[in-house]
Write a protein that binds this ligand. Structure first.
Ligand code: ATP
Length: 355
């Protein structure tokens, strides 16, 4: 396992006209499990393929610990990579598919057997080891492909590109937890590409959020949820995502429309800002509070475990997550309070303070 360091690494597929990945400097630290999270087309696969050596970046240099690997092909990097679409030897058994990367490296037979059995037990493949892989359903084939990426214990890094897309959603929860267990045992540097926040948050030590070819924030899952540094992170993480309302700093207060919603942080000039507050932290009160803002309830989603109360403040819609079976009614006027330590101010989408 290794630290993987990118120095000014960027990539353009069209000779520099557009950048699929804007030049970035970033280190994946040894033995950590990372999720690389972002919407479709933001550059996740490009970044992963640069780490694996399938793509040579247009600009910048890559280091595995103190060895520079820029330009070194995949075979010379000692990494394991799993692609979204399983690449299996269809006529081989599951056992042979799992054993393949080890046999290829002349690992002793006994060790191969131990390792294959360990990984197949954790991934729930022990009952199908003798089956030809073409006879498995697509979900199982994807799990075998994942197992093949995890079977080698001595690798610089394990790179997984959307490895569970066709696996049954209920099974994904179990598999992610098994994957964590395997990671704890092997201590691989692991990068898991996904556009699914649940997948990222439940699996990773650290989540790296990519948007439009650039890293917008990286941190532990709770940090991204509780302290988004960028509006994009607030929207993209959370279900539903962070509410954003236009507001204004006027002297020492922040206003939404004409109402004060909290104290302005020091050091910020008067003028427009946007405030961001997650549905989980919006407090609804039946009577006017100051600071606070009046809102009209426009609808309620009763989700079973909680309610989502939709409300309109002026022309803007927001959502509050409340206890289940709440007493709020459509068309009622309620008052919303935004807790100071959970409400952030943004300028040009970047966080510039909190209430
Ligand atoms: P997805 O989740 O849809 O796979 P992604 O986040 O992995 O998306 P990339 O596949 O890295 O994103 O693509 C980043 C950008 O580069 C996109 O605009 C994409 O259209 C473009 N791109 C990717 N591969 C190529 C290619 N081989 N030639 C030209 N443009 C490409």
């Amino acid at each position: 396992m290794a630290d993987i360091r990118l120095e000014g690494v960027g990539h353009s597929y069209d000779g520099g006209e557009t950048w699929a990945l804007k030049p970035m400097t970033w280190t994946w630290r040894s033995a950590r499990a990372y999720a690389l999270l972002g919407p479709s087309g933001c550059g996740k696969t490009t970044l992963l393929n640069i780490v694996s050596g399938l793509i040579t970046p247009t600009t910048g240099r890559i280091w595995f610990d103190d060895r520079e690997v820029t330009g070194v092909p995949t075979a010379g990097r000692n990494i394991a990579q799993v692609f979204q679409f399983p690449v299996l030897y269809e006529e081989m058994t599951v056992y042979d598919n799992l054993a393949f990367p080890l046999r290829n490296r002349k690992v002793p037979k006994r060790e191969i057997d131990l390792r294959v059995r360990e990984v197949s037990r954790l991934l729930g493949l022990d009952q199908v080891l003798r089956r030809r892989s073409r006879r498995l359903d697509p979900g199982r084939q994807q799990i075998v492909s994942l197992g093949r990426g995890l079977v080698r214990s001595q690798v610089a890094a394990v790179l997984l590109d959307e490895p569970l897309t066709v696996v049954d959603p209920a099974l994904k929860w179990t598999l992610r937890s098994k994957l964590k267990e395997i990671h704890r045992d092997t201590g691989h540097t692991l990068i898991y590409v996904t556009h699914d926040q649940t997948e990222a948050l439940t699996f990773a030590d650290e989540v790296v959020v990519l948007n439009d070819g650039a890293i917008v924030q990286a941190g532990e899952p709770a940090e991204l949820f509780l302290s988004p540094a960028h509006e994009f992170v607030g929207h993209f993480i959370g279900s539903p995502g962070m509410n954003v309302l236009p507001a204004e700093i006027v002297g020492d207060v922040v206003r939404v429309g004409r109402e004060d919603v909290g104290a302005a942080p020091g050091g910020l000039p008067d003028g427009p800002v946007r405030i961001g507050v997650r549905p989980e932290f919006v407090r609804i009160t039946g009577t006017r509070t100051s600071p606070g803002v009046a809102a009209k309830v426009t609808g309620i989603d009763r989700m079973g475990a909680y309610d989502l109360v939709h409300a309109r403040v002026g022309e803007h819609d927001l959502i509050a997550k409340t206890e289940a079976d709440s007493a709020y009614l459509p068309d009622a006027v309620e008052f919303l309070h935004f807790p100071a330590d959970r409400t952030f101010l943004f300028r040009d989408e970047v966080r510039c303070g909190s209430l």
